[in-house]
Design a protein around this ligand. Structure first.
Ligand code: HXC
Length: 276
């Protein structure tokens, strides 16, 4: 993973005593978000399916930051697993201040080759996973007057081909961000989203990257995990205490350019991806 260092912009100890629970925190963007929060004093629990990968990531992050990151394995689709992740976090650290809903699944697939189960799988991981974990954690977030970041995308801002499953899920996640901002606001809980663009060295870009025309990104570069880490620290910080219900697009202006993403011919299969 690329270097994550947000301490040049934000003070080091701003999240001291605070506790983060992050789904999907074992890799990519969410790992960088977690690492940044821990660098600024938070303790963290990362939660996803692959126990070995998760425990390795937790160990590495703890060593790198000098903070404490623990791992709990489970599937965001399973209510018993999300309740267990919340229970684990509260038993270990006594509270939850911040929640990142980042667990996601994706692949490029054309409409004709997207099976019933494939569509449902992505909706379940992304959308139901976000709902499930938030439902399980909400009582603790209310108690701490905490904050939530839902990770979505810009796929649904346009009709991104081969991405209807993820786009539909992310659109609904953006809706939840707004609904929860309104419903949880009176309890002191802020709810925001981050919509990353093309971020280098992530599973998402490995899977989808070859289909995107990166020369069309106005900022003329790929995003870095660091870009998302900065936005995370800001949205959770006291600098953002009156910001709720916002989806912060961190994409170098990419989705605004009609040339991004560019496909040679959208009636064809996405090249080299669809194995069905
Ligand atoms: C078509 C596919 C497919 C593909 C899987 N399926 N891959 N269909 N094209 N390339 C179908 C399967 O055939 C099956 O349908 C159904 O999807 C479920 O697949 P499973 O492998 O049984 O599901 P599961 O083990 O739960 O795995 C979920 C997964 C997997 C999404 C398919 O890739 C995964 O777990 N990924 C997690 C990591 C990840 O993808 N991260 C990227 C996030 S990127 P049938 O009908 O055969 O049963 C991201 C960024 C977006 O979110 C924004 C970027 C700009």
């Amino acid at each position: 993973m690329s270097v994550v260092d947000t301490t040049k912009v934000f003070k080091q100890d701003i999240f001291k005593g605070k506790v983060l629970l992050c789904s999907g925190g074992g890799s990519g963007i969410c790992r960088g978000m977690t690492e940044a929060m821990v660098k600024h004093g938070a303790t963290a629990v990362i939660f996803s399916r692959s126990k070995d990968k998760l425990e390795k990531a937790a160990k590495e992050m703890s060593a790198k930051t000098g903070g404490q990151v623990l791992a709990v394995a489970g599937d965001v689709r399973n209510p018993a697993d999300v309740e267990n992740a919340v229970k684990f976090t509260v038993e270990k650290f006594g509270r939850i201040d911040f929640l990142i809903n980042g667990a996601a699944g994706n692949f490029l697939a054309a409409f004709d080759h997207l099976s019933y189960n494939a569509f449902r799988t992505v909706i379940e991981i992304d959308l139901l996973g976000t709902f499930n974990l938030t439902k399980a954690a909400s009582q603790y977030l209310k108690k701490s007057k905490g904050a939530i970041i839902n990770v979505s995308a810009t796929l649904h801002y346009t009709g991104t081909p081969f991405q209807q499953h993820a786009g539909a899920a992310k659109a609904a996640i953006d809706a939840l961000t707004k609904h929860w901002a309104v419903e949880l606001g009176p309890f002191g809980v802020r709810v925001n989203g981050i919509a990353p663009g093309p971020i280098a060295a992530t599973v998402g870009m490995e899977k989808l990257g070859p289909a995107f025309d990166l020369t069309a990104v106005p900022m003329q570069r790929m995003g870095e995990v660091q870009d998302i880490a900065h936005s995370t620290v800001f949205l959770f910080s006291e600098g953002a205490t009156y910001i709720s219900g916002v989806v912060l697009v961190v994409d170098g202006g990419a989705w605004l350019n009609p040339a991004y993403p560019a496909y040679p011919n959208i009636v064809l299969e996405p090249p080299q991806f669809n194995k069905l």
